[in-house]
Design a protein around this ligand. Structure first.
Ligand code: UDX
Ligand code: UDX
Length: 651
């Protein structure tokens, strides 16, 4: 069964005994300050069931989370972020960037990952991340700007480094006022709930470390995606190790998309902060809200109950994924009726109640979150005795699998039900465009099905996924077949023309702009600047680098994982930044990029030349568009036979 945490109270009530970290409190003083009736002091404030509303008198008495003064009672000087992964690293970096007075230390047990964060070659490639890390990690020198103001020169203050990376987890936890828990929470692969339940081992381990070493009152923040009621599990762990000591637990889910993580952090639609309806909960939430308020308007910070906060992350991803499965189900009908799913998506998206986002039909969703989070949701529902709810969400996954399965089988059927002696070219491996992330890609499922037919070769081209990453992902198929050349048929190549030459079919599996045969779409989104603030927000001089920093564009094209590039910072800013850490003479990353002669950035938008490809592929020139990126008429005009997911055949 799914872990159903106990609802027992240990330490906290509507009025609890916490205060400034490490400082014992005076209950009666708090009661006075917040006008809480004395008879409520020993009453539990946690709901008995998820969603049970709190008695309103407690709400009336609790301090305002969004009021800056509430935060002043929980001073935050040092933050420990546990887990230097995709979520922990960028989140910590942006918090540090905007809060230069706070020391942010990211810890991870993986020495290589920490070394990479400390080096010129970051382990994660997100547009803008390098700029943020450069400023917060390396700092800047004091500079005089001549004649910049009517009264004369302007001095830009020095900025000390305040972002650090370390493997010294315990030592950092000991001095932290707040711990962000950003360890991985994958799906369990064995035991109870395998394939659906969340593997909480890393989170439990991190909590045990905090419980044994943290200062009393240290605020614990769940950043990792977790099942609803995990906050209670954390409180139980803390209580078991440190009975009677209050550690406020908050939920602060991330909503970062790969490729736009820094933009999502700099300009969030909302910052959800879940807390308990207790004084310590509200005060801790206020302290966290205050960190975000350095660059996010308080109107965009949403304080909600902790259980709602935990569940809203799963619900948000489930709803997005559900839209994709819904439009994909329509795409299957389109193929049999001469309707066009692109036209349908466009027309229904014009309804403001529906909106245009996440209606692109294709091979279904990949990535590290949607599948995992829906699996977790179905398991949660089942564990709560709600099989109908579980079945409803399970169907979103079933439809997702159906989509790639029927695409691959349609390719095989079109090629006369056999791939023997045939070459299949695959354009795009990443789970979506603008990322070099090869994990959880729909391409893996398509290739698995193609391999059943024993093709002569499968040649893969992706502009950003590295050969090593693709092969590592494909290695799970080795159980059944020899996969990679020379013993297997799969080869990863570095240009699309080589991939397509002499192929019997070309498959488009990622929606890269470069695969389109129409004009490249110019980036319509407005660039984000590092010091950009919202209308109505208090202007932040977070960088101590104004005003020049405001001109630094961080929304540059995605950085290829194998291409360390020159700093994009404006030259005048570069002179202010303290030096980057130097690389050892034998740095393999520097060497591989220079020997490969790679350009500073890989062009992923200039369209490939389909006319050239049409001359090198085998008749009858099959192209299978799994992402709806090709203009059908133009392709047919070049002599291709095009099959597009969600459209009737056109050739
Ligand atoms: C995150 C969230 O954790 C996950 O819940 C969400 O759904 C997706 O994003 P992510 O940051 O992508 O995961 O995970 P990963 O890149 O694997 O980073 C986790 C880091 O935590 C790893 O570097 C790992 O070494 C570290 N870790 C894990 C520890 O330092 N200590 C541990 O005990 C466990
Ligand atoms: C997602 C959520 O968007 C983000 O809020 C959450 O924090 C993490 O998970 P991500 O997985 O990075 O982000 O990518 P996203 O852009 O959401 O795309 C997920 C998958 O859905 C991709 O495979 C993409 O190709 C697919 N997709 C997306 C579609 O098939 N159609 C669409 O219309 C949109």
């Amino acid at each position: 069964m799914y872990h159903t945490p106990s609802l027992g109270r240990s330490d906290d009530s509507a009025v609890d005994s916490s205060s400034v970290p490490g400082t014992p409190s005076d209950m009666s003083m708090f009661a006075q300050a917040y006008s809480i009736p004395a008879d409520s002091l020993d009453m539990g404030a946690l709901p008995e069931r998820v969603g049970t509303p709190q008695p309103s008198r407690y709400h009336m008495a609790l301090p305002d989370i969004l009021h800056p003064e509430t935060a002043s009672s929980v001073p935050i000087r040092t933050i420990c972020c546990i887990g230097a992964g995709y979520v922990g690293g960028p989140t910590a970096a942006v918090i540090a960037l905007h809060n230069p007075h706070i020391r942010v230390v990211v810890v991870d047990r993986d020495q290589r990952r920490i070394d990479a964060w400390k080096s010129r070659h970051l382990p994660i490639h997100e547009p803008g991340l390098e700029d943020v890390v450069r400023i917060a990690r390396d700092g800047a020198a004091e500079t005089r700007r001549r004649g910049d103001s009517p009264t004369g020169d302007t001095m830009d203050a020095a900025r000390q480094p305040n972002l650090f990376f370390s493997t010294a987890c315990i030592e950092t936890i000991k001095i932290a006022d707040m711990c962000l828990i950003s360890v991985n929470t994958p799906t369990k692969t064995r035991g109870v709930g395998a394939g659906r339940a969340t593997d909480m081992a890393a989170l439990e381990g991190a909590c045990r470390d905090i419980a044994m070493h943290a200062k009393a009152g240290c605020v614990l923040v769940e950043k990792s995606t977790v099942p609803c009621k995990t906050g209670q599990l954390i409180k139980d762990i803390m209580e078991a190790h440190r009975p009677g000591v209050v550690f406020p637990v908050l939920s602060n889910p991330e909503f970062l998309s790969e490729g736009t993580a820094i933009r999502d952090l700099m300009q969030p639609d909302r910052v959800v902060i879940g807390c308990e309806s207790t004084i310590s909960g509200h005060r801790a939430a206020a302290a966290l809200a205050n960190l975000y308020a350095a660059w996010v308007p308080r109107s965009r910070i949403a304080p909600i109950g902790i259980w709602s906060s935990e569940l809203c992350k799963l619900a948000a991803n489930a709803m997005l994924a559900q839209r994709i499965s819904s439009i994909n189900s329509i795409s299957a009908i389109c193929e049999r009726t001469d309707a066009d799913v692109g036209e349908i998506a466009k027309s229904i998206g014009l309804d403001p109640r529906i909106g245009p986002q996440f209606l692109k039909a294709g091979l279904g969703f990949g990535g590290s979150c949607f599948r995992k989070d829906i699996a977790s949701l179905t398991y949660l529902a089942e564990s709560l005795g709600l099989p109908e709810v579980a079945a409803y969400w399970q169907q979103v996954l079933t439809m997702n699998d159906f989509q790639r399965d029927r695409f691959a089988r349609h390719v095989i059927a079109t090629l006369n039900n056999s791939l023997r002696g045939k070459k299949v070219a695959i354009l795009g491996y990443a789970f979506k465009k603008n990322t070099g992330d090869a994990r959880e890609s729909p391409a893996l499922d398509v290739i698995r099905i193609l391999l059943e037919e024993g093709p002569k070769s499968i040649t893969i081209y992706d502009p950003l996924c590295s050969e090593a990453d693709i092969k590592r992902e494909l290695s799970v198929l080795e159980r059944d077949y020899a996969v990679s050349m020379p013993s297997g048929p799969v080869e990863v190549v570095s240009d699309p023309y080589t991939a397509c030459a002499n192929s019997n079919a070309v498959l488009i599996l990622t929606d890269w702009d470069m695969f389109k045969n129409s004009k490249p779409v110019t980036q319509s989104s407005k660039p984000v600047t590092i010091a950009q603030t919202y209308d109505g927000a208090t202007p932040t001089d977070v960088l101590h680098l104004t005003p020049r920093i405001e001109r630094v564009t961080i929304n540059k094209p995605p950085t290829p994982p194998r291409t360390p590039k020159l700093s994009p910072l404006a030259p005048e800013l570069n002179t202010r930044l303290l030096p980057e850490p130097s690389c050892p003479a034998d740095c393999t990353v520097c060497r591989s990029s220079s020997s490969a002669g790679m350009s500073a950035e890989t062009d992923t938008t200039t369209p490939i030349d389909w006319a050239t490809i049409s001359k090198t592929v085998r008749e009858p020139r099959w192209v299978f568009d799994g992402r709806g990126v090709l203009d059908a008429r133009a392709m047919v005009g070049m002599g291709f036979r095009l099959e597009t997911l969600g459209r009737a055949s056109m050739y």
